[in-house]
Design a protein around this ligand. Structure first.
Ligand SMILES: CC(=O)[C@@H](O)[C@H](O)COP(=O)(O)O
Ligand SMILES: NCC(=O)COP(=O)(O)O
Length: 237
């Protein structure tokens, strides 16, 4: 079964826009799980443009499905992981000023760093997922450093999908095969939506988890949050 982890960053973006607590991130999280979300993902960025450190601390006591915290593994992030003890920590190589995540790790050049981080994060009881491009070498590097999972960066898939879905999915099928043969789990995320999700799932049926935020929250403006979560779950059947 492929789990749907709802990334609630953009709920926090809307909340922060007016400085109050509407929408309430905690209430929305509880509702996302009630509507069928099988996980909650947050990406507390250094500038706290959306999810804040204080949100993560509160969410720890609220999330009843799987809690996934994504981020660049600086000391601030590692402190959050140590305190929140999420089910999964997804390491992303984002620069502090990145408008959004835009690449996976070079797991060969960063092998020593990532290996040490894996050990430290696992000591807090969290599964470690490494955000990678769909590159066999990068997947093999993630296996070598002891990651529990990879998260395939799917922005290139989403972009190419609009031109040729068969071309788009090809590197992901190969990367997922290598990860599976290497005995690690396979997550995917970034720019997945109601148009491209089903084809990815059909071609990688053993996908463990997709984390989806931006498109899902945008869709919820038109279809409602409960209906939208159900629509995404239907793409994963
Ligand atoms: C790693 C990734 O692709 C997303 O999880 C990222 O968290 C999206 O970040 P923004 O919501 O800040 O665009
Ligand atoms: N890891 C991907 C994620 O959590 C959400 O990415 P997006 O759907 O907001 O692009």
């Amino acid at each position: 079964m492929t789990k749907l982890s709802v990334n609630i960053n953009k709920i926090a973006t809307l909340r922060n826009a007016r400085g109050g607590n509407n929408p309430d991130v905690i209430k929305t999280t509880i509702d996302c799980e009630r509507f069928g979300a099988q996980g909650i993902t947050v990406h507390p960025r250094p500038d706290e443009r959306h999810i804040r450190y204080s949100d993560v601390v509160q969410l720890k006591g609220v999330v009843t499905t799987e809690f996934n915290i994504e981020g660049y593994p600086d000391q601030r992030y590692l402190k959050i992981i140590a305190e929140a003890k999420p089910d999964q920590a997804t390491l992303v190589p984002d620069a502090p000023d990145a408008i959004t995540s835009n690449a996976g790790w070079d797991t060969i050049k960063n092998a020593s760093l990532l290996r040490d981080l894996c050990q430290e994060i696992k000591s807090h009881g969290a599964r470690v997922s490494i955000f990678v491009d769909p590159s066999p070498r990068m997947v093999e590097g993630a296996i070598a450093i002891g990651a529990d999972r990879i998260e395939l960066y799917t922005e290139p898939y989403a972009s190419e999908f609009l031109v040729s879905k068969e071309v788009a999915v090809k590197p992901y099928i190969e990367s997922a095969r290598i990860a599976k043969e290497g005995g690690i789990g396979i997550n995917a995320g970034h720019d997945l939506d109601l148009h491209n999700l089903k084809f990815l799932k059909q071609n990688i049926p053993y996908l463990d988890e997709v984390s989806i935020g931006h498109a899902l929250i945008c869709d919820a403006l038109y279809f409602g949050l409960e209906n939208t979560i159900q629509l995404y779950l239907k793409q994963l059947k």
